[in-house]
Design a protein around this ligand. Structure first.
Ligand code: CO
Length: 496
């Protein structure tokens, strides 16, 4: 496991940013706003850009003077950015989870966090407290008439899509057991070979792992209804954050990592801090046939996967004999140890994310892997119409440096066919969050549309919303939010 040093030694990454500028985004969100018109700082907002961008991420990082140990332990807060007739309005609201309500009343952390946040009072207070706080902070999606805030280890919270008011834990029309694990990374199949679907999963893990693969309708009467459902058991522990789909397959990558629960049980570490790379371990692809595809009801296929740790996949596609899957690989599982301060991490000591393409030969059960770019990246995305089929273009957040690790400061468009790149950078004082590619509804060209994302603007100590043209990343508009939002996780676009 990579140990993240807490010292202040100057690193190579430091040449491109000031650490205090970067860490300034880690603050509590103090206000909830309702449909506030955003101030346009430059450019213009296209009238064709019409709909809502929902974003989720940690919004409460401190209680009673105690800070979370890792930002991923922060309570989920939803932002809704409403684009209409060239105007942009902003609404934000915390998800009223059980833990949030309880801790809000107490004014302190009453739960341990998965990423190492401990309750006050040392080991005695933390040992044997195995309760998970569903913090609902990882993604937000619209399914039927419900907006769902997702956190992979437990059930989704349903919210009002307009006011963002929390309705409570959802079973998604009875599809889930109460508080059943439900991934934060659903994939939306636009219906290249049938009806549009939301494909997602839940994992139960231990010495063996069971994946429940679920497909929900997304249109008309079927919206939000569970259409297909299968369970498959695999050997070994699995930490599965994301997956990919093609018309016939759901593709999972079982990282070669192990889980030692003892430091968690005895109150020394958060559960995620107990994960570590398995020496001489072999990662595996688990290929589960989709019910709508040619191999429905057949057993899964298992094929060796490349070395390295993967959180996120970009996309997958298939031909008769081959599946191609693009993913962001880390040399090792990155973590922040119990004695480290997340604001002072040395980026040079954490592995960087590298985009690679892996071709899985289904006849020979063999793989071949190539690096697509050497520049550290995260939050890769494609035009959503290309989900599960060949995507020529990809957009992602990258470090400013060309090699090595660093905070995410730039947006890159990468042509997967010829390697051509376009870059837009917020460096040295700006830091980007996940970009979303929003296709132009009137022009059916893959890279025609916009790329929209938050930027932490450390110069004015606030959050900006930036809109770029997807084609060449030229700047379309910049708007200022009246509140500061910490670096977020994932979100989604809902057209008007
Ligand atoms: Co993710």
């Amino acid at each position: 496991m990579s140990k993240v040093a807490s010292n202040h030694l100057t690193s190579l990454a430091d040449d491109h940013f000031n650490r205090e500028d970067w860490a300034g985004a880690y603050t509590n969100v103090e206000k909830e706003l309702n449909h506030v018109l955003l101030h346009l700082k430059s450019g213009s907002v296209p009238k064709e850009l019409s709909g809502k961008l929902y974003r989720n991420g940690p919004g409460r990082l401190e209680r009673g003077g105690q800070w979370v140990h890792h930002p991923f332990d922060g309570d989920g807060m939803i932002s809704a950015i409403h684009f209409k007739n060239g105007e942009v309005r902003f609404t934000n609201r915390f998800i009223r989870t059980k833990g949030w309500e309880e801790e809000e009343k107490e004014g302190r952390f009453t739960y341990r966090g998965v990423f190492g946040t401990q309750k006050d009072g040392g080991l005695f207070k933390n040992a044997f407290d195995m309760r998970l706080k569903n913090i609902a902070n990882t993604n937000v999606i619209k399914l039927g008439d419900q907006l769902l805030a997702l956190w992979e280890a437990a059930g989704p919270h349903a919210l009002d899509p307009i006011s963002l008011e929390t309705y409570g834990l959802s079973t998604v029309n009875g599809a889930l057991e109460e508080n059943e694990a439900f991934s934060a990374h659903p994939r939306f199949d636009p219906g290249h070979h049938g009806c549009s679907r939301m494909v997602t999963f839940g994992v139960k893990t231990g010495p063996n792992s069971t994946i429940r693969l679920m497909e929900f309708g997304t249109e008309g009467n079927e919206a939000g209804k569970l259409i297909s459902d299968r369970k498959d058991q695999f050997t070994g522990f699995a930490f599965l954050h994301d997956f990919a789909i093609t018309p016939n397959w759901a593709i999972f990558l079982q990282n070669a990592i192990k889980f030692n629960p003892l430091p968690f049980i005895f109150g020394q570490k958060g559960a995620a801090q107990c994960l570590s790379t398995k020496a001489n371990g072999q990662a595996k692809f688990w290929l589960i046939p989709r019910d709508s595809g040619l191999f429905a009801n057949k057993p899964p296929r298992i094929i060796d996967a490349p070395d390295g740790f993967v959180f996120h996949h970009l996309n997958a596609q298939e031909s008769e004999k081959e599946i191609t899957i693009n993913s962001i690989y880390y040399k090792d599982f990155p973590t922040i140890g119990p004695d480290d301060n997340f604001r002072k991490i040395n980026f040079d000591l954490i592995p960087e994310g590298i985009l690679k393409e892996c071709r899985i030969n289904l006849d020979k059960n063999e793989i071949s892997t190539t690096q697509l770019s050497g520049q550290c990246c995260e939050f890769g995305t494609i035009n959503p119409k290309q989900e599960g089929i060949t995507a020529r273009f990809s957009w992602m957040a990258t470090a400013e440096r060309k090699t090595g690790n660093g905070p995410l400061q730039a947006i890159k468009k990468l042509d997967l066919l010829n390697g051509e790149e376009f870059l837009w950078s917020a460096a040295p004082r700006g830091f980007v969050s996940e970009p979303k590619m929003i296709p132009n509804p009137n022009i059916d060209i893959e890279d025609c549309g916009w790329v929209v994302f938050f930027v932490w603007n450390s110069e004015r100590h606030g959050t900006d919303l930036v809109i770029l043209k997807a084609h060449d990343l030229s700047e379309q508009a910049k708007l200022e939010l009246p509140i500061s939002i910490p670096y977020g996780l994932h979100g989604s676009w809902v057209p008007e």
